[in-house]
Design a protein around this ligand. Structure first.
Ligand SMILES: [Ca+2]
Length: 222
């Protein structure tokens, strides 16, 4: 490339850098995002002494399917607190919470998962965390019904609490964002074992405007 070509290209390149860096600054999340979930650690209500479990995910959650029990630390050591959520069986069992959303918003969620050697996952059992985009009429979005992180399987390491996350942008027809924690035999091989879940979170990632000082720093650099 000749020197004259480089000189002609330089303004375009600088503009590209400015645009890219500004985009990064504009989409940077605020320092502390608020967890929207109630009862994120499955601590409420407390389990009875015996049996040390009850059906469902407890307060704030809408539970579905037959294989969903809140259990206490006498069953399995939770990620935190004294209780966690046990899911099992073929498609599907799980729980969800949902919140008003606006098209274009970025939502970030996740939950800690455990493949316990007490009841190890087998066959095609998958533990997933999903975001469902819900329309104003309660039906799933026609554009993006849901997104899923279903990478926690029978092959996942045992006895290690692992954080699984999911992030997405609300489509044009979304009125609600719904965080779903779920299990089922989503892979070939049938159901087997029971994944455990604890300390879920779901947060609205709010874009923040670039500060004037950021522009100053960019100008100094380029
Ligand atoms: Ca807990």
């Amino acid at each position: 490339m000749s020197q004259s070509t480089q000189l002609r290209r330089a303004p375009f390149f600088r503009a590209f850098l400015l645009t890219a860096l500004t985009a990064l600054a504009l989409t940077a999340p605020v320092a502390a995002l608020a967890n929207q979930l109630g009862n994120p650690g499955f601590e409420s209500p407390a389990t009875p002494a015996a049996p040390p479990e009850y059906y469902g995910a407890g307060d704030s959650w809408t539970s579905f399917g037959g294989g969903i029990y809140t259990v206490n630390s006498s069953v399995v050591a939770p990620h935190a607190g004294n209780q966690s959520l046990k899911l099992f069986g073929g498609c599907c069992s799980g729980a969800f919470q949902q919140f008003p959303a606006v098209a274009g918003q970025t939502w970030n969620g996740g939950v800690w998962m455990l493949n316990s050697s007490l009841d190890p996952m087998g066959g095609g059992q998958v533990a997933a965390v999903n975001i469902e985009w819900i329309k104003a009429n309660g039906a799933n979005s026609d554009i993006i019904p849901f997104i899923s992180n279903g990478t926690f399987t029978a092959a996942s390491p045992r006895d290690t609490w692992t954080l699984q996350t999911i992030t997405g942008v609300a489509p044009a027809d979304a009125a609600f964002a719904r965080l779903v924690i779920i299990t089922g035999d989503f892979l070939p091989g049938g159901p087997g074992g029971a994944p455990f879940y604890d300390d879920a979170f779901f947060e609205l990632v709010t874009p923040v405007e670039a500060k004037r000082t950021t522009w100053g720093q960019i100008k100094v650099r380029y």
